[in-house]
Write a protein that binds this ligand. Structure first.
Ligand code: GLN
Length: 200
């Protein structure tokens, strides 16, 4: 059984829970979902999901509730995390916005709502490193990654800007892999050869 924590202070929590359940099932695992709203839950989790939503709200609550320190400890222990959209903004080193204090787990700078008004929301087939076929990617007022350090692997780009990256145990996407039935991004983040991925 994989114990998966979904940070649930705000955002699309149940979609992430379903997506990791589907991915785990294809590897023969049961999933025990824990919704993370207060401190004390993250230390029980094998893997974590940080959903999209509103990054100003999520960052305020994560810091206020003492969850931020636990996210840092989880990452330092090499346990996997998937952070999507507002979750990506939360784990970046710089959100580009004074209202969003980040947790700084991923050495990237982001720009919130970076893809312009006309294109607030769109779906695009994205080539992702490690996936044989393009991934149907749903962008909703998505951030772009503006700068990455040398330690960050770029997995996908859109409009010339990184939109999926990996650094150690953390995978971050600007888009919403939990909103399609395709669980290959959850696979990539958490499972490999029918084991729960854990990066030393
Ligand atoms: N625009 C949101 C923010 O900056 C993120 C959008 C999302 O998570 N879908 O917080």
């Amino acid at each position: 059984t994989v114990t998966a924590g979904v940070v649930a202070v705000q955002g699309d929590v149940s979609e992430h829970a379903r997506a990791i359940e589907r991915a785990a099932e294809t590897h023969g695992f049961d999933t025990n979902i824990k919704e993370v709203r207060t401190a004390g839950i993250v230390p029980e989790c094998d893997v974590l999901l940080l959903p999209g939503g509103e990054s100003t709200t999520i960052s305020r609550l994560v810091h206020r509730e003492g969850i931020a320190e636990e996210l840092i400890a989880h990452t330092e222990a090499g346990k996997p995390i998937l952070a999507t959209c507002a979750g990506l903004i939360l784990v970046s080193s710089d959100s580009g916005d004074d209202r969003v204090e980040t947790v700084d787990l991923l050495d990237v700078e982001v720009e919130r709502n970076a893809f312009g008004r006309q294109r607030d929301s769109f779906e695009a087939p994205l080539s992702v490193a490690g996936l044989a076929e393009p991934f149907p990617s749903v962008f909703i007022r998505a951030p772009a990654i503006e700068r990455v350090s040398d330690d960050v692997e770029i997995l996908a780009e859109w409009d010339g800007r990184p939109v999926a990256v990996r650094q150690g145990p953390l995978v971050g996407t600007a888009f919403h892999p939990e909103l399609t039935a395709d669980s290959r991004i959850h696979d990539l983040a958490f499972f490999e050869d029918d084991t729960v991925l854990s990066v030393p």
